[in-house]
Ligand binder design. Structure first.
Ligand SMILES: Cc1cc2nc3c(=O)[nH]c(=O)nc-3n(C[C@H](O)[C@H](O)[C@H](O)COP(=O)(O)OP(=O)(O)OC[C@H]3O[C@@H](n4cnc5c(N)ncnc54)[C@H](O)[C@@H]3O)c2cc1C
Length: 255
């Protein structure tokens, strides 16, 4: 499917209802809501794409976007991995009211931020922070499903060891996928932490990626994270066509 077809789809996707089969506690404030798509009512997605969720909260429709964190090669199950923000409307609603058996109305899949195995033949570099791990996880799970041997490096910045999402599963991919590398860095590590500390930075990434200038980069983090990395990648000579950015906190016009 090309971009034009995806854009066309965007305006034609119906609102579908999927029931929740499982809720997985990933960290204190992150849960994965697993939805039953066994009837195939949600059309296939590419790894990195998102859905729009419509929640009816106090009689009003509240729309929010959530990335599909599961692999497209397991289309019967759709995972949404959601971070709760103490002041947030939808995140709090999910945590307090959505449990196995609940129905969720969604529209999609949507978005231009995705990995395409036919077009994206370069080494893949995934740069993310916090909940920005969700599209990267869909990509890595997909690469694992297709047993991809070419290079893929995941750079993931989290706050403390309590905030690391999908850590065990990601570590498993290192042994399963010969081309896969995982670099985790904590900005608020405990004194016992023996891994990388601080914020991700371009020098660190450059030292780890031998084919830096001809890699394809996927960025997902807070606004300043995306902006800084995009500028630094461009400044280092990476062409714009090899940089994909996803931003979770865009300015919303309305609920
Ligand atoms: C394409 C796309 C994909 C997304 N995928 C995911 C995903 O996979 N998982 C996920 O959890 N979210 C994802 N989001 C973000 C999600 O759509 C919501 O914006 C988020 O869950 C907050 O919604 P809320 O209703 O809980 O908070 P709101 O009621 O919208 O916000 C309440 C207040 O908190 C602020 N706020 C909320 N969250 C944050 C934050 N994390 N950092 C800083 N300020 C914040 C808001 O600006 C506001 O001031 C995605 C967004 C987009 C556009």
């Amino acid at each position: 499917m090309n971009f034009k077809q995806l854009e066309f789809k965007k305006h034609n996707d119906p609102l579908v209802a999927l029931s929740v089969t499982d809720v997985i506690q990933e960290t204190d404030d992150v849960r994965t809501f697993r939805l039953d798509n066994s009837k195939g009512v949600l059309s296939p997605h590419k790894p990195g794409m998102f859905v729009k969720v419509c929640l009816n909260i106090k009689g009003e429709n509240v729309w929010r976007s959530f990335t599909i964190s599961s692999s497209p090669l397991h289309p019967k199950q759709i995972d949404l991995t959601i971070k709760r923000n103490p002041r947030g409307v939808a995140g709090n609603y999910f945590f307090e009211h959505i449990s196995p058996g609940s129905e969720i109305k969604i529209k999609g899949p949507l978005g231009r931020f995705f990995y395409d195995r036919e077009l994206h033949t370069e080494p893949v570099v995934l740069l993310c922070a916090g909940i920005g791990i969700t599209p990267m996880m869909s990509i890595v799970r997909f690469l694992s499903d297709i047993k991809q041997n070419s290079p893929c490096a995941l750079f993931y910045g989290a706050r403390s060891h309590l905030d690391i999402i999908f850590d065990q599963e990601t570590k498993q991919f290192i042994s399963e996928l010969p081309g896969f590398q995982y670099f985790l860095t904590l900005s608020q590590p405990s004194p016992q932490w023996l891994g990388n500390c601080g914020h991700l930075n371009i020098d660190f990434i450059q030292t780890k990626i031998p084919q830096f200038l001809r890699s394809r980069f996927f960025l997902c983090g807070p606004r300043h994270f995306n902006q800084e990395f995009e500028e630094q990648l461009l400044g280092s000579g990476v062409p714009q066509s090899l940089i994909h950015c996803e931003l979770f906190h865009k300015k919303r016009k309305s609920k």
